[in-house]
Design a protein around this ligand. Sequence first.
Ligand SMILES: Cc1ncc(COP(=O)(O)O)c(C=O)c1O
Length: 380
Amino acid sequence: MKIRDFGVEIWMNAYETSCTYNLAETCVQSLSVGELLDLSGMGQRTLEELLTTRLTYGEIEGSQRLRRAIAGLYEKQRPEDITITNGAIGANALTMLTLVEPGDRVISVLPTYQQHYSIPESIGAVVDILPLREENGWLPDPEELRGLIRKAGGRVKLININNPNNPTGSVMEEPLLRQLVEIAREAGAWLLCDEVYRGLCHQGEPYTVSVADLYEKGISTGSMSKTYSLAGLRLGWITGPRELWEMLSRQRDYHVISVGRVDDLLAAVALESREAISRRNLAICREGGRLLEEFVTGQEHISYVKPKGGTTAFLKYDLPMESAELCRRLQGETGVMLLPGSALDREGYLRIGYCNDPAITKTGLEIFGRWLDEQATHKV
Ligand SMILES: Cc1ncc(COP(=O)(O)O)c(C=O)c1O
């Protein structure tokens, strides 16, 4: 199966291990096992459980304890609706492999995680892009979605959205989600919302409404990586209607068997203590957001739409340089890593992750600012 190169992952693999100041990180500063156990207040009990866990495949579909904890993140989802996968990357891939066939029509927002348009394309679907525009706060325009569905003759199999959005940090609130659901319903389309950053709205209620709770053909994918700072667990999930679970399960047998028992146990512990993790993580996001706002306000070459959720923002810059060249030079000369917009199919922008260790965010931004000033001085 031919598939386009995955721009973000290729860039991250090439540059992530050699940088000094990682401003390309998308996880809220990751937790160690010790920190997780401390935050959970269940350290001793969990350690004992770990030591006596026999490393079989475990419950193939994920433990009841874990699926119950995941169902608790939703209004209407039940443990038996949850499919456990290897990260959200596994969740998105499994959903598309299950639903999409050659010749199908699929719509995906852009910018987003590239899986959402490149996997269906590789299966042989016709993919139409629903662009997120800066002037619209990086939100999708429902009328444009209607137009794309009309263009497809009304026959769209799947619509892929992402909330909160990577890379822009935009958040779709319930009224907009309901509009999109209504349009998907009229077309009879599945609506997949990648909700891997759900729980990270910085002000007010941290959890957006999930499309799985709003729509009978709504699918939510999520994981432990971003909101819960546990990417090393490689644990994600899909939830949606029972009919979907049956189809996913047949496909899953070929790709997953089960996730690790250690991952399953630690994920359950984390979700059962999610209020403590959430308090820690929202504080990191708000502090990072404050540092970023201060930086953008003082920088004449950078502008942005202030992110409302997630861990990333999409910075527009006005230097006469392609984004890949800018990022290569910046990292080579200063050790500061950013992600070029070109890796996300949007030239002229830089993705910044500002919810890593606040000390790294602070120093990285100061160095980036000085570097930008030097570039501007040389230009004159
Ligand atoms: C929008 C989005 N979906 C999915 C993923 C994959 O996450 P995971 O680590 O859970 O596989 C990422 C990772 O960056 C992401 O940003």
